[in-house]
Design a binder for this molecule. Structure first.
Ligand code: ZN
Length: 398
């Protein structure tokens, strides 16, 4: 057997191996990482174009793990690139020459636990603060505020008003991981109840009358011919027998076609970015970032720190970096994690209608009752996320 899945404590016991958790540093790239650890750059250059593109997804601040043997040699590395996938570097022990330190790379799914919980919280300070105090989950508090932004004025709330939330959160190694999904939530403002519900079909929030509550401020950044590669977190490739991900949308368009800023924001990157070639990144309100890759050139006069308005011309379509033909790779990130741009930028109707509305109204009946029940039952037992420590994902190559 080539690969033996084993638990961390077994590895530790047998080989006195050690796992270190590190944080990806600002300015660090896949290549500088390989260099710093004396791993051949061929590891990167032998990858396919789409895999090289994925290696450009590494962002400062992500936590990754290295497994060392007792001589401090790297056995394995796991670096998350999205909420679903991670880069796995492992020592290649198949060589006859055992002294040869070669490694291989593959992309593997991230292991996590998903919990769905309904909680009620009586207001003491503010919804944000009280969610934080009760769950220690900052992303959940932020998402809650965002969901109600268009329908509720929190300043009118009083001590003793209630909120109730049904949400799903991923937990990985005893920590919250990735953006939470709020299925339904209720806010009492002086005893009057306001609801929001997630519509599973489009991933957006609606009120109890199926009116849209999500504000969309992003626009498609160019006039394109077609989408040549859609966004995908994790898709099983039956022929190559592996997972592949594409963390943005590829818009096919001729070289030189103008690219526009998708929303107001500040330029935080202008330059080459690994497999993405000439790239501009813009930071927007609400912890969003957009990425425009494979440009042939930038619009002159733009630099890091420049403020741009929505629709401002920022560069031209090209094929720089790892690209098979002229196109724009457009990425959207929320809290540093890639999300499907289509969820944000597609022009949407303000209301659901017809079959979609009927289906939605049926589904929210049960959710509303669930929320009210959590308040009646005073369900606010805080979760001990330390109980959700995953078994180590690091495999042992034998
Ligand atoms: Zn792409």
């Amino acid at each position: 057997m080539k690969i033996l899945l084993s638990l961390l404590f077994i590895i530790s016991a047998l080989f006195s191996a050690e796992v270190k958790e590190l944080t990806w540093k600002r300015g660090e790239s896949f290549l500088t990482f390989l260099n710093a650890h004396n791993i051949s750059q061929d590891l990167y250059f032998n990858l396919s174009k789409s895999d090289q593109e994925l290696c450009s997804e590494l962002t400062a601040g992500i936590k990754y793990q290295i497994l060392y043997d007792d001589n401090e040699n790297i056995l394995q590395v796991l670096i998350p690139i999205s909420e679903e996938m991670q880069i796995h570097i492992s020592k290649n022990n198949n060589n006859i020459n055992k002294t040869n330190n070669t490694y291989k790379v593959d992309f593997v799914p991230i292991q996590f636990t998903e919990i769905t919980q309904s909680i009620s919280i009586p207001i003491k300070w503010s919804p944000y603060q009280d969610i934080l105090d009760n769950t220690s989950n900052k992303l959940l508090a932020n998402e809650f505020i965002r969901a109600f932004k268009r329908s509720v004025d929190f300043r009118k709330m009083r001590v003793g008003d209630n909120i109730a939330i049904k949400f799903t959160q991923r937990i990985r190694n005893g920590r919250y991981f990735g953006n939470p999904i709020i299925h339904a939530a209720m806010v009492e403002v002086r005893k009057r109840k306001h609801y929001i519900y997630m519509n599973d079909n489009d991933g957006r929030y609606y009120d109890e009358k199926a009116r849209s509550l999500t504000s969309f401020f992003m626009k498609v950044p160019l006039r394109y011919r077609r989408i040549s590669d859609p966004f995908t977190y994790k898709r099983w490739h039956p022929i190559k027998k592996r997972y592949r991900a594409h963390l943005g949308i590829d818009y096919a368009a001729p070289t030189g076609r103008k690219i526009f800023a998708s929303a107001d924001g500040k330029i935080i990157h202008r330059g080459r970015k690994g497999g993405y070639g000439k790239t501009i990144m813009i930071r927007h309100k609400g912890n969003y970032r957009t990425l425009y890759a494979h440009m042939s050139r930038y619009r002159s006069g733009l630099k890091v720190g420049s403020w741009v308005k929505q629709g401002r011309h920022i560069g031209y379509v090209g094929s720089t970096g790892m690209s098979t033909g002229p196109h724009l790779h457009f990425g959207l990130y929320k809290n540093g994690r890639a999300v499907n741009p289509n969820k944000i930028i597609t022009i949407t109707k303000e209301k659901l209608s017809g079959k979609a509305k009927k289906k939605f109204l049926v589904s929210i009946k049960k959710l509303s009752k669930e929320l009210l029940d959590t308040i009646d039952n005073n369900d606010n037992t805080p979760l001990n996320i330390q109980d959700f420590k995953n078994k180590s994902e690091l495999k042992l190559v034998s």
